[in-house]
Design a protein around this ligand. Structure first.
Ligand SMILES: Cc1cc2nc3c(=O)[nH]c(=O)nc-3n(C[C@H](O)[C@H](O)[C@H](O)COP(=O)(O)O)c2cc1C
Length: 161
């Protein structure tokens, strides 16, 4: 890992499962690069590798959910950090939201979002989403996971050139 890459570990990020759907076809992936970028309208930004299967579904349908993981949900973060497969969505309990995106019922809280626009950023696309609806699910007594707690779960130490 480069010197800059190890210093980047000091940036703080949460850990989220982003749910996507196009009709009955659903998928979800783990993401750390998520942040609020506007008060009015309320906008969230999500940096996504366009090679992910989830990116294609998000672009087709224009909707996604951002589900906040708790510090106790490491196995959930690892599971949704794997590429799409026939049984990827078998983990977790999913409920269709207002927009049609799948909401992870075991998450601390969720945001139901509509695609607004996107910006190219190196090897990722920064997708800006408008929040249509949000809810707290099982937040009481729990704290959100910090990306640093996932170590090299995403294999990012090999991604710097
Ligand atoms: C802790 C963690 C954080 C991650 N953060 C991101 C992220 O912010 N953006 C991204 O595009 N991929 C991120 N990934 C990688 C994706 O979750 C992973 O490539 C996944 O296989 C994509 O799934 P899909 O191909 O089914 O869409 C992260 C993975 C982990 C484990």
């Amino acid at each position: 890992m480069s010197d800059i890459a190890s210093v980047l570990k000091h940036l703080t990020h949460g850990v989220y499962v982003v749910g996507v759907a196009d009709g009955e076809q659903t998928n979800a992936f783990t993401a750390a690069w998520v942040m609020q970028v506007s008060f009015s309208p309320i906008l969230l930004a999500l940096s996504i590798n366009p090679k992910h299967s989830s990116y294609q579904l998000l672009k087709k349908s224009g909707v996604c959910s951002i589900n906040v993981l708790s510090s106790a949900q490491q196995s959930m973060a690892a599971h949704f950090g794997q590429p799409a497969s026939a049984d990827k969505m078998a983990q977790g309990t999913w409920k269709k939201s207002v927009t049609g995106a799948p909401i992870l019922q075991e998450s601390l809280a969720y945001f139901d979002c509509e695609f607004s626009h996107e910006i190219s950023a190196g090897d990722h696309q920064v997708v800006i989403c408008r929040v249509r609806e949000a809810g707290q699910l099982s937040a009481e007594g729990k704290r959100a996971m910090n990306y640093n707690e996932t170590g090299d779960m995403d294999g990012s130490s090999d991604l710097y050139s």
